[in-house]
Design a protein. Structure first.
Length: 423
């Protein structure tokens, strides 16, 4: 049975999430900002049309925002994550085999489907929009790389109208490859794109027809797989199982540089607490903990960076234990007299929490810790994050290190107190 993949890609996902709960934003320029409202990380088509670029700092486009009455939102990851989950639940109605590729993309296995694939794609698109309010584009092809290309064209082409099937016509497939620049091919980074252009390969069609030896010599097995995928040979199967992360990092840049040790220590404790929560969500424990501090890398003077890495006596995801080690590491690397722009905590050498080797005397302690953390997470899940927290993360309402979200919308779908109200 020949493989068939559908890539479902949510259009301007963060902006679309905001529009679901504020329909008045339809047809208007909208942007979503990064943490601390620093840079543009999502744009509506209308915002793109007036010249707002991805990643541009907010201060550089304030005049454009004012002139064109652009609606500005702080990032709301709780909302976006929950809306992503809802989209995936809809997609599972169309295929039992779904690979969640990112927060706004998923691959579906459509091998064996006997009907019209383009019509099926349109049904997927219409159902997701009706059930969640999120517009999507659908690219269908015999390999994941071709499906990504089809999805990219489906999103931009008025003729495709959101759905493109590349399984039926070799002429249509060639045309799609010919209009796809090498930089837009899945898996081709800036370095590879530079090499390809240097040897006269400018688009996906020319890459598909390139000699295998040339590509393999410079791009290795990765390049060879990309080339074969463009030729219709599936090299990347659907991956349904959840991927355990190799490491977990929690770090933030501060809105304003911090110098005080107490403020920075609170931030490190809070990031450690968040990381421990992520570990438990993934059913993992960390064997190594690293803490780092960083001044402004673009500053003209007084630059400082340091990191302390510590191997833990045994793997753990206990918030209290991890905060203790994080504080000891912080005390070693903190230097008075610097203005710090960023701090972070990294959890490494992760292992499943059900097969961790401890010591004879640590087993009872670990069992007690597990029960405490279970209660800790249960309370925060029921009443909202930070309903209960360690004092080391700060007790004052105005925590100077706290990430700024000046224009964040409510958590409409994950907080009872922020449900939309109809008057």
């Amino acid at each position: 049975m020949a493989p068939v993949f559908a890539l479902v890609d949510c259009n301007n996902f963060y902006v679309s999430c905001e529009r679901v709960f504020n329909p008045g934003l339809a047809g208007k320029p909208v942007v979503v900002l990064s943490n601390n409202d620093g840079c543009v990380i999502a744009r509506s088509n209308e915002a793109k049309a007036i010249g707002i670029k991805m990643g541009v700092p907010l201060f550089m486009v304030r005049d454009l925002i004012k002139t064109h009455h652009v609606h500005v939102y702080s990032s709301n990851y709780a909302l976006y994550g929950d809306m992503s989950r809802r989209v995936i639940e809809v997609l599972m109605q169309f295929s039992p085999d779904v690979e969640i590729y990112s927060i706004d993309e998923a691959f579906l296995d459509l091998a064996g489907f006997n009907g019209n694939l383009a019509d099926y794609g349109r049904s997927i698109r219409a159902t997701v929009l009706t059930w969640t309010g999120i517009p999507v584009s659908v690219g269908i092809a015999g390999t994941k790389t071709l499906a990504k290309i089809a999805g990219h064209i489906a999103k931009k082409s008025k003729k495709a109208d959101g759905v493109l099937d590349l399984t039926t016509s070799s002429y249509q497939r060639d045309a799609a490859l010919a209009i796809t620049d090498v930089e837009e091919i899945w898996g081709v980074g800036r370095g590879y794109a530079g090499f390809l252009r240097s040897v006269g390969i400018k688009n996906a069609l020319e890459l598909r027809d390139a000699p295998e030896n040339l590509i393999k010599k410079r791009m290795g097995i990765t390049g060879l797989r990309i080339l074969r995928e463009l030729r219709g040979v599936s090299c990347y199967p659907l991956e349904q199982g959840p991927h355990s992360p190799q490491e977990i990092t929690v770090s933030r840049s501060f809105k304003h540089p911090l110098a005080d040790a107490a403020d920075l220590s609170e931030a490190v404790a809070a990031y450690t607490s968040r990381g421990a929560e992520k570990l438990r969500q993934e059913h993992l424990e960390a064997n190594v903990l690293a803490v780092f501090l960083l001044t402004d890398p673009y500053g003209k003077k007084d630059r400082y960076f340091n990191m302390k890495t510590v191997r833990l006596p045994f793997a753990t995801n206990d918030t209290g234990e991890l905060i203790g080690y994080a504080h000891s590491s912080f005390d070693e690397i903190y230097r008075k007299g610097f203005l710090y722009k960023k701090a972070g905590v990294i959890f490494r050498e992760l292992s499943p929490d059900n097969c961790t080797q401890t010591s004879l005397f640590a087993d009872h302690r670990k069992e007690k810790s597990g029960k405490i953390m279970e209660a800790f997470d249960s309370i925060n899940s029921r009443f909202g994050r930070d309903s209960i927290r360690y004092a080391a993360t700060g007790t004052a309402g105005d925590r100077k290190w706290k990430t700024v979200f000046q224009w964040r919308s409510p958590s409409y779908t994950t907080d009872w107190n922020q449900l939309p109200k109809v008057s």
